[in-house]
Design a protein around this ligand. Structure first.
Ligand code: DOR
Ligand code: ZN
Length: 439
């Protein structure tokens, strides 16, 4: 096994930044010290002027495999992931077939072992009738359960109240929840159709997938999780109003934690005028005031993690009118660099690596510590880059950030001590590992 020395880095970890060298052996971080320059190594990376962070653990990714490989697959999207500094993914169950049994889930794991450049785990999808499967899941080798409390892409809605009670009452792994009230959305959509006919403008999306729809569903989820003392992770929060439902605090101290997504933190509802279907997603992007509140809530520790909700769809599908253009957008490759535009680098490490590791209890990952796996991202904060067709790795070959210049670039990404990406070149012979959980 190759040894690697990362020399002269600005090591960003657990709330502080300091100059350090990191020596990697057998895939793990063997030594961290202020000077390891006498340490022989097969490869030496000069990290002068660059920030070294734990690789992003992205708890919210859609890779579309199996069944929807025309849009994306586990190999293509994990290539994009390492190009963006993501070293582990937790993938979502709205594939085809939907991952609602442990048998289907294990088939996804088997595919991932041959295809994923990152480390990986897969959420088991909750349905109205699969409690037995959820309870049979192995908490040490599967990340958690995904629960759609609002209809979105796919047909994984849980709308039977008794099923919700049982899920929150009995499941012991983290339950990641999509909150949007489907009845409210249907009513709003109907009203928009009466007003606009079949030509609903994309700018109506935040009025249809409204603040009220989010609030109602999120309030119910918080009520149920609190009642049952369940561990719940609320996905993609979009409104200032919903923030009132959560308390600030460290991720370890909370049973209910909250995620924000790069696109809700970057765009605002005004952007629907120009970007249209490209930023149509569920929940919708809300107002600039909501975006400001989300950014503040990351600093105040009301929001605990950033997950990407990377959700690729084909360019041709996104050319359709409002009613038929699918929701979701590819973001994983630009997520980390976009966060660095408005968050301190220590906060970025906290929200993208430490807190995901704490919430899901990933074994040996999420921190730069001796003995931990060398899942690392080296960021050049002084070299800007512009997102363009030439550097997009997604199978769908487009990005909502095309034309955007970010101040930073990903210099290198290491997965289990292997260089999975260097200077924009992905080494796609690298294969990640199945994530394990300390539960
Ligand atoms: O915008 C979205 N896209 N929201 C979801 O809940 C699902 C996702 C997808 O899978 O396309
Ligand atoms: Zn999602």
């Amino acid at each position: 096994m190759q040894t690697i020395l990362i020399a002269n880095a600005n090591l960003v970890n657990e709330g502080s930044s300091r100059p350090a060298d990191v020596f990697i052996k057998n895939g793990r971080i063997e030594k961290i010290s202020s000077s390891l320059t006498n340490q022989p190594a097969d490869t030496v990376i000069d990290a002068q002027g660059k920030a070294l962070l734990p690789g992003m653990i992205d708890c919210h990714v859609h890779c579309r495999e199996p069944g929807l490989e025309q849009k994306a697959d586990l190999h293509s999207e994990t290539r994009a992931a390492v190009a963006g500094g993501v070293t582990s993914i937790m993938e979502m169950p709205n594939t085809s077939p939907a991952a609602v049994t442990n048998e289907i889930l294990e088939q996804k794991f088997a595919l991932a072992a041959t295809k994923c450049v990152t480390n990986y785990s897969f959420h088991l999808g909750a349905s109205n009738h699969n409690l037995g499967e959820l309870l049979a899941m192995d908490p040490k080798t599967v990340c958690g359960v995904k629960l759609f409390m609002g209809a979105s892409t796919g047909n994984l809605l849980v709308d039977r109240f008794q099923a919700l009670e049982e899920i929150f009452g009995k499941v012991e792994v983290p339950v990641s929840v999509h909150c949007e009230d489907t009845n409210t959305i249907r009513k709003n959509e109907q009203a928009a159709r009466e007003k606009f006919g079949e030509n609903i403008p994309f700018s109506e999306h935040p009025n249809i997938r409204s603040e009220e729809a989010c609030y109602q569903s999120t309030a119910l989820a918080v009520e149920l999780a609190t009642k049952h003392a369940a561990q719940m992770h609320v996905l993609h929060l979009t409104t200032a109003r919903e923030l009132e439902l959560f308390k600030p605090g460290s991720a370890e101290s909370k049973k209910i934690t909250v995620e924000a997504c790069p696109h809700h933190l970057w765009f605002s509802a005004d952007d629907y005028e120009t970007k249209g279907a490209l930023i149509k997603c569920n929940p919708a992007i809300k107002t600039a005031a909501d975006r400001a509140a989300l950014r503040k809530a990351l600093i105040n520790n009301v929001i605990d993690t950033v997950g990407t909700d990377h959700a690729p769809h084909l360019w041709e599908e996104k050319q359709k009118p409002y009613g038929s253009a699918p929701s979701g957008l590819p973001v994983i490759q630009s997520a980390l660099v976009s966060l660095l535009e408005f968050l301190p680098v220590e906060t970025v490490a906290e929200k993208t690596a430490h807190n995901p590791a704490r919430i899901f209890k990933t074994l040996g990952r999420g921190f730069i510590r001796e003995g931990y796996w060398a899942d690392l991202v080296l960021i050049d904060t002084e070299t800007p880059h512009t997102v363009s067709k030439e550097n997009i790795e997604y199978k769908c070959a487009w990005s909502p950030f095309e034309g955007t210049t970010f101040k930073s670039s990903i210099a290198a990404t290491l997965v289990n001590g292997k260089l999975a990406c260097m200077d924009g070149q992905v080494n796609d012979t690298v294969r990640g590992q199945r994530l394990l959980f300390n539960r």
